[in-house]
Design a protein around this ligand. Structure first.
Ligand code: DGL
Length: 359
């Protein structure tokens, strides 16, 4: 009898050891993914259950991870709270902190990728900034949601699942930061928020989407052929918020005068991005003020408020004569970022133009 009990005990111990070993092996085989949270609707709660209003950045990174238990089948996760804000208040300080943390983590052998949770309002800007200054080819994936966590059919959990699956996927390496929402994968340079509330708000209007997620699996449709990450010459190592040059955006419309440009110059602006009409155009008055600014050493970049297309040199505006830079495919909000990083290195308009061709 005694022998039977002790052999049952031994069996139980062996079974628990085997199970523990199996779990340990499974966890060991899974990629290590860091989740860096910055806030946004994905971490937002409705202000009242019946209310259309909600507050961004209510839940912490650990709440987000815990809400999707399926994530543990895909990766070993750990979270860090970088900020907890609505991304309309995203700023250079958070960008520098985020970029530095991405660089630190991705340099570690035991980190395979990063997921950044972020509000959708400025997600494309953060993604593009990181594509220029993160020095690693490991996957960095930005996810957000259009509906707060407490809403009916919240999209945060599925977007987070897709984000983690992408960050854990070796095929996502070398593509630069990716944005994933609504089962659609976008390259940082292409992604653009184009609708106030719809789930398919992100589009890649110029070069098209990077790929799709299908039941947790990634299908890539194209390569990212512009310079990014390890092929980028930009760096924010050791930079402080005030080291980034002051670059402003001027929105063009019928009857625009030159006074806004004159005011910015009087405030010491180093670069102006014109969010021009059509092919990067504007009124004669604004053009004259921009020409004056360029003559005083302000870098002037022409982009288009149309939302897609190329603004090339010397079409309706004589960039050679006026000393302007053509923004090529970049939206004004992304051109501001490239110009800021470019101006931290040079104020030669030819070199700045080259950046707009390559990045
Ligand atoms: N205020 C917005 C932001 O955090 C909410 C929109 C969103 O996250 O989708 O970007």
């Amino acid at each position: 009898m005694k022998t039977k009990t002790s052999s049952m005990k031994t069996n139980k111990i062996l079974l628990s050891l085997t199970l523990a070993l199996t779990f340990a092996q499974a966890a060991w085989a899974l990629p290590n993914i860091k989740v860096l949270a910055t806030g946004g609707t994905i971490a937002g709660a409705q202000t009242a259950q019946s209310d259309a209003g909600y507050k961004s950045g209510t839940f912490s990174v650990n709440d987000l991870i815990k809400a999707v238990p399926q994530l543990t089948n895909v990766a070993v996760l750990s979270g860090e709270q970088i900020a907890n804000i609505g991304s309309q208040t995203m700023n250079h300080e958070v960008w520098l902190k985020l970029a530095a943390r991405c660089n630190e983590l991705l340099a570690q052998k035991d980190v395979d990728g990063i997921v950044i949770t972020h509000g959708t309002d400025t997600m494309e800007e953060t993604a593009y900034f990181l594509s220029l200054v993160v020095k690693s080819d490991k996957p960095v994936v930005l996810v957000g949601s259009m509906r707060p966590a407490t809403a009916i059919s919240a999209d945060g959990p599925i977007n987070l699942c897709n984000g983690v699956a992408l960050a854990a996927n070796p095929e996502a390496k070398g593509r630069g930061p990716l944005v994933v929402l609504n089962d659609t994968i976008h390259y940082a340079r292409e992604a653009q928020k184009m609708h106030t509330t719809r789930m398919d708000t992100f589009q890649s209007p110029n070069r098209g989407i990077a790929g799709m997620m299908n039941t947790g699996k990634a299908f890539f449709y194209s390569m990212n052929t512009t310079r990014h990450n390890t092929k980028s010459e930009f760096s924010v190592a050791g930079l402080k918020t005030n080291d980034l040059p002051y670059v402003a955006i001027v929105y063009s419309h019928a009857n625009l005068g030159g006074e806004m440009v004159d005011f910015l110059v009087s405030q010491g602006v180093k670069g102006i991005v014109l969010d021009g009409v059509g092919d990067g155009n504007t009124t004669d008055a604004a053009l004259a003020a921009l020409e004056k600014a360029a003559k005083q050493g302000v870098a002037v970049v022409r982009c288009s408020r149309t939302g897609s297309g190329v603004v090339d040199r010397n079409v309706e505006v004589n960039d050679d004569k006026l000393g302007f830079i053509a923004g090529m495919e970049l939206s004004a909000q992304k051109a501001r970022i490239l110009l800021m990083l470019g101006l931290a290195k040079t104020n030669d308009p030819k070199q700045l133009q080259q950046y707009f061709v390559e990045y």
